[in-house]
Ligand binder design. Structure first.
Ligand SMILES: Cc1cc2nc3c(=O)[nH]c(=O)nc-3n(C[C@H](O)[C@H](O)[C@H](O)COP(=O)(O)OP(=O)(O)OC[C@H]3O[C@@H](n4cnc5c(N)ncnc54)[C@H](O)[C@@H]3O)c2cc1C
Length: 643
């Protein structure tokens, strides 16, 4: 059949999710609609596959925050999906295939070739390398489509989609207008228009000739005008801050070198500003872990997929803080102490069996649990305090800024040691318990029973931040670099509960209740990603969706009067169809990705984890194919009737 009677489909956004759905088209079409011709319009101003976040045109210094063995674009035996499983290489396996010549890459830089030759499963790859992997995946997925499906790429932003009878008119910023039957939004991470507080800071900075950078994707934020040698207040110590520090130090010509003692030194170029970093916690996220377990991983006991299912089926309402987090917290302690007691028995005063028996009966945060640990684990450094792990500076105060700098350097050095030394392998067990709890939580994450408070404040906000801080922080070498920068006088720490004020005399001032004094600067950077608020999105396609009423921001309410917005676009869980402001499912439009209210996945899929995004990609691809099939059949019937 020719593509002239093909069903036209627009995929807006050709990043990892958009192209992931194309891969699912290729897998599902032969089974579901072998003879239905499709014309797939892939629309994105950024490269197909890599998209905006993973485009190659960004600093080669920026890296993934995941290890090469933990990233895959392919379904595998663990994937519980209706469509066919089509296995393929993870990022590290792909690099091996490129190194062996089994996969041929288009021309690439010498740095990328070097990285491919030396990449291991534990490496933190550059974003440039990930870009190659994603673009290769996109080429392969498009090539795997049956001959009945054709792809057209449009390098442009979409500004609007309108209903026009049976058609959807997709307006592109390059002036094109596409008449299509089906639209899939895969817009990924979108920014927001500055809110009132950011607008005030922007106006203040403009009025006084200062610099202010609101929350943004660090690779996109313009930091080139920040002057060398000037103090800069950086609000935020998470992953956006890590990227920012790289760009303003090594990215400005500085170099890290290992000295004779094995420590890292920073050789400044002189082009760096003076970076002052602070946040609510006042410390960076915990480093990634490089140790190995001594004992086999203990079976989870307090929060498993079965326990989650039981909770879900027996409760009328599910509260994350009351029903689920206490079980996850106990699971974390269970994993940690199992490794300590069985892997390092010389450091405890009881057997694992005795400890476990008593542990079983106690809640994670009760005094008796603390007493049990104090009696059986003599060294305080071996005791796991979950509250201190999250907020290590809570209740602390320091006599001077100097004392605080020393303290923080010691804190980071200790964190690096705890997360890499073989004798502290219990931190790895803690990580696994948290990670597998996250996966098990994934099995009930789309339950309709969650309270509004859980959905609005906890699951995609508090819990995600907690998880990121403990289990998804920067690679160790980034924190080692922060220590070197701190010793070199290029980076300093501001303290917890950071306060920043815009002083009428024309400067920004930062302070912390835990540290004396104020730091004055002419530049303030909010180093964090924009919050998801689709009603205030800077993405024209999303804005027009909300303004037209075809899509709506999710607002939830509890019986106790609590109400709030998740900031996300409402979609129907079963097939990712858009829900309009009246809750009606749109027949022709679908949406996937982090700005929707479908279970949030903040990272690439790991192999063998029945990844949520693969399940959603498969569901939406099948729903679109079924709709396309139906439309194609109706069109053929109409043609016969006309004849
Ligand atoms: C800064 C950052 C760093 C990250 N680092 C990691 C990491 O190290 N490890 C990890 O596992 N995960 C990481 N993630 C998680 C990330 O969610 C996924 O890796 C992935 O990028 C999500 O894919 P996506 O296709 O949904 O979104 P995106 O990658 O954002 O792709 C969406 C695409 O849609 C396009 N688009 C949007 N609006 C329009 C429009 N109106 N018209 C046309 N095109 C449009 C964009 O240009 C973009 O290319 C990171 C996320 C961010 C934001």
């Amino acid at each position: 059949m020719s593509t002239s009677c093909a069903v036209p489909i627009a995929i807006i956004g050709a990043g990892p999710r958009g192209i992931g759905v194309v891969e699912r088209f290729a897998a599902n079409l032969p089974e579901l609609a072998a003879d239905v011709p499709l014309l797939i319009h892939l629309i994105d101003p950024h490269p197909v596959g890599a998209g905006r976040i993973w485009r190659r045109d960004q600093s080669p210094l920026l890296k993934l925050n995941s290890m090469a063995e933990d990233v895959t674009m392919f379904t595998d035996g663990s994937s519980v999906i209706e469509g066919p499983i089509t296995p393929g290489p993870s990022l590290v396996e792909w690099a091996d295939l490129v190194a062996s010549g089994d996969i041929v890459l288009p021309p690439h830089s010498a740095e990328v070739a070097r990285e491919i030759a030396t990449l291991t499963g534990n490496s933190f790859p550059t974003r440039q390398l990930q870009s190659h992997y994603l673009e290769w995946f996109a080429r392969r997925s498009i090539a795997a489509l049956p001959a009945t499906a054709t792809v057209e790429v449009h390098e442009s932003w979409v500004s609007d989609v309108q209903d026009a009878g049976d058609k959807q008119v997709v307006t592109l910023e390059n002036g094109e207008a596409l008449d299509v039957d089906i639209v899939l939004y895969a817009l990924g991470h979108t920014g927001i228009e500055p809110d009132a507080s950011h607008r005030e800071l922007i106006a203040f900075a403009r009025e006084h000739g200062l610099g202010y950078v609101p929350p943004d994707f660090t690779a996109d934020a313009d930091t080139t005008t920040i002057p060398a040698g000037e103090p800069v207040i950086v609000r935020g110590m998470g992953l956006a801050s890590v990227d920012l520090v790289v760009l303003l130090t090594e990215g400005r010509g500085g170099r890290f070198v290992r000295n004779a003692d094995g420590d890292l030194d920073y050789l400044a170029s002189g082009a760096e500003p003076l970076l002052y970093l602070g946040s609510r916690r006042g410390v960076p996220y915990h480093s990634k872990i490089a140790s190995k377990l001594v004992s086999p991983r203990v079976a989870p006991r307090f929060f498993t997929a079965e326990i989650a299912a039981e909770l879900e089926s027996t409760r009328e309402r599910l509260s994350f803080r009351d029903d689920v987090f206490p079980l996850i917290a106990k699971e974390m302690l269970w994993g940690y102490y199992h490794e300590l007691f069985t892997g390092h028995p010389d450091r405890v005063d009881s057997t694992w069996a005795e400890f476990a028996q008593e542990f079983d009966t106690l809640a994670w945060d009760e005094d008796a649990m603390r007493e049990l640990v104090e009696i059986t684990v003599p060294d305080p450094a071996d005791r796991l305090d979950l509250s201190a792990l999250d907020r290590p500076l809570a209740g602390r105060s320091f006599a001077s800024r100097y004392e605080f700098q020393q303290h923080l350097r010691g804190y980071i050095a200790t964190d690096l040691h705890l997360r890499s030394a073989p004798e502290h392998s219990a931190t790895l067990a803690l990580f696994y318990s948290l990670l597998f709890s996250l996966f098990d939580l994934g099995t009930i994450i789309d339950s309709p029973k969650w309270t509004a408070r859980s959905r609005v404040e906890d699951l995609a906000v508090w819990w995600l931040n907690y998880f990121s801080c403990i289990a998804s922080g920067p690679p160790a070498h980034r924190l080692e670099e922060w220590l070197a920068l701190s010793r070199a006088g290029v980076l300093a720490f501001l303290g917890p509960e950071l306060r920043v004020r815009a002083d009428g005399d024309g400067y920004f001032a930062a302070s912390s209740p835990a540290v004396p004094g104020e730091i004055i600067a002419s530049v303030l950077i909010d180093a964090r990603l924009p919050t998801t608020r689709i009603g205030a999105s800077d993405n024209p396609a999303l804005r027009s969706l909300v303004e037209s009423g075809a899509g709506s921001e999710e607002y939830l309410r509890d019986d106790d009067g609590f109400g709030g917005t998740t900031g996300r676009l409402e979609v129907r869980r079963s097939d990712a169809r858009l829900l309009d402001s009246a809750g009606q499912a749109n027949a022709r439009r679908f949406a996937i990705g982090p700005y929707t209210n479908a279970p949030f996945v903040g990272a690439f899929s790991r192999p063998n984890t029945n990844a949520v995004s693969f399940r959603e990609n498969d569901r939406v691809a099948r729903a679109i194919i079924e709709l396309a099939s139906q439309l194609s059949y109706e069109e053929a019937e109409a043609a016969v009737a006309d004849a």
